[in-house]
Design a protein around this ligand. Structure first.
Ligand code: GDP
Ligand code: MG
Length: 163
């Protein structure tokens, strides 16, 4: 079975950019189920010889309980339930936000294998960008640039080691 890697995090951190990079390969197929997967997108990816299924979520706003934003959170929760591993994306340029902390608590409580990914770090010192995110308690921050591809293969190699 291909492991299912679910990308979660607050809006605008670069989840879709990473998803697009991971599923760009020639044999990537979109396997969305209409109606069931609004704001949740599936794509096949491969790093080296190792295939995986990537799931993009529309965004995670657990602080808000009504309307469209609530629906997005529901989608993210459904995606977490089907995850073999969670990639928790945060923004290395904006830095740590209160919302990241709320999401971190939720993800840790899910009990799923969790990887903390600090995005938008092109041209920045990895250790410096990652430092403030240790306090999320989600393990060693993995620093990448989804837009430029820096660190992405190393990240996925590491995530797939467990499977
Ligand atoms: P999502 O809401 O989490 O899916 O975020 P998107 O993938 O839509 O990206 C939000 C914004 O961040 C867009 O303007 C992207 O171009 C930008 N972005 C995504 N990844 C990177 C990155 O690695 N570096 C920089 N500088 N910007 C990025
Ligand atoms: Mg998106």
């Amino acid at each position: 079975m291909k492991p299912t890697l679910v990308l979660v995090g607050r809006p605008n951190v670069g989840k879709s950019t990473l998803f697009n990079r991971l599923t760009r390969s020639r044999d990537a197929l979109v396997a969305d189920i209409p109606g069931l997967t609004r704001d949740r997108h599936y794509g096949h990816g491969r790093i080296g010889h190792r295939p995986f299924l990537a799931v993009d979520t529309g965004g995670f706003e657990p602080l808000v309980k009504d309307g469209i934003v609530h629906e997005m959170a529901r989608q993210a929760e459904a995606a977490i339930a089907e995850a073999d591993a969670l990639l928790f994306i945060v923004d290395g340029r904006t830095g740590l936000t209160p919302q990241d902390k709320v999401i971190a608590d939720l993800l840790r409580r899910s009990g799923r294998p969790l990887h903390l990914v600090v995005n938008k770090a092109e041209g920045m010192d990895r250790a410096v960008v990652g430092a403030e995110f240790h306090e999320l308690g989600c393990g060693e921050p993995r620093v990448i640039s989804a837009a430029h591809g820096d660190g992405v293969n190393e990240l996925i190699d590491l995530v797939l080691e467990a499977f």
